[in-house]
Design a binder for this molecule. Structure first.
Ligand code: 3HC
Length: 312
């Protein structure tokens, strides 16, 4: 019985079908999607913190308004993705408890500090640029609700990336030497952590093979990382900054850029909770959850009053 259902499921995946919430699916498929979508949602919510840090200090009203809109978008992406994960039978409380107790992961990139205003432009350019590279293939993910959430999110991500790049262009073209140095310093600090966003090397990725088989991943971690490097090098040249990798160079034979070794010790240290800002980020999220308890209680009390049968 189960073997037949598994075979039917696998052939649906092979035919490029979208699996919907009410369809039968192997427990492992459900579990890996809850893991990936909830961690993706956590990343969006935690990702609001490094940028939110600069909303009150943006240099002009225009930059403040743009940053406000971007951080608001990230919050919306998070809620959108929590809803997509809920279609798989998990609850918002379970997912948030996993985040707050350190059981669930979120993208390592958000455990680095945003030290200067140039960081905000670099985060838009590199971090949202990497996110787009990783999220466009997810629009074709075999799980329907996730793929559809990605289509809307990717549209907003391209605005995020473009506004970041444009603010750096302004600094590099019209800025003082100190402002140009500020951009270069931010790039030096964010380049390698941005490459780590794509995950471990394929050979060290326990989930990739199954995720590729099930059409959750359409390109591997290394393939997406390579696409990101190839797309970003010309943008860096246009900006007039150098990327902090002496081994970065065009390989005419491969028709890709070769680049230096990633410090996987740093990657696993940050993923393991020991990056520069992990404690601070999680404390901020737990505090927000605790401070917001009265809002949730009031909303639930109001809902019960409005729908008496829900009083049970
Ligand atoms: N940070 C934290 N954990 C990471 C990581 C990273 N950069 N890269 C990989 N990991 C974790 C994985 O979650 C997995 O741990 P788990 O099994 O406990 O979940 C482990 O390291 C091994 O990695 P795998 O490659 O085997 O895991 P995946 O197949 O899940 O691939 C992934 C990792 C590419 C991040 C994939 O999960 C994915 O595509 N997720 C959806 C996209 C996403 O979450 N992007 C994060 C950034 S969101 C963002 O940038 C918002 C934007 O607005 C700025």
């Amino acid at each position: 019985e189960d073997r037949q259902r598994n075979e039917a499921f696998e052939s649906r995946i092979d035919e490029g079908d979208f699996i919907e919430a009410k369809d039968w699916m192997p427990e492992h498929y459900r579990k890996t999607l809850v893991r990936q979508i909830s961690q993706h949602a956590h990343s969006e919510i935690v990702g609001m913190l490094p940028e939110g840090n600069w909303i009150t200090r943006a240099p002009t009203l225009k930059r403040k308004a743009i940053l406000l809109a971007k951080v608001q978008d990230e919050g919306g992406h998070g809620l959108y993705l929590y809803s997509a994960a809920e279609t798989l039978g998990t609850s918002r409380d379970q997912m948030l408890d996993a985040l707050h107790t350190g059981k669930a992961k979120y993208s390592s990139i958000f455990n680095y500090p945003t030290l200067t205003w140039a960081d905000i432009g670099v985060v838009g350019w590199l971090v949202d640029g990497a996110a787009i590279m990783n999220q466009v293939p997810l629009c074709r993910c075999s799980y329907g609700p996730y793929a559809r959430a990605m289509i809307r999110i990717c549209r907003e991500e391209s605005f995020h990336q473009r506004q970041g790049y444009e603010s750096l262009l302004t600094m590099m073209r019209d800025g003082t030497d100190a402002q140009k140095a500020m951009v270069q310093d931010a790039v030096n600090r964010w380049w390698w952590p941005s490459l780590m966003m794509f995950g471990p090397a394929d050979k060290d990725s326990p989930n990739s093979e199954q995720s590729m088989r099930w059409g959750i991943k359409r390109l591997t971690n290394d393939e997406l990382r390579q696409k990101f490097v190839d797309a970003t090098v010309p943008q860096a040249e246009l900006l007039g900054i150098t990327l902090p990798d002496p081994d970065l160079k065009w390989n005419a034979e491969r028709e890709h850029h070769d680049f230096g070794a990633i410090d996987w010790n740093e990657f696993w240290r940050v993923v393991g909770g020991n990056g520069p800002c992990n404690t601070e980020r999680l404390q901020a999220r737990v505090k927000a959850w605790d401070d917001g308890a009265w809002v949730r209680d009031a909303a639930l009390a109001h809902a019960r009053k409005r729908a008496p049968e829900a009083r049970a």
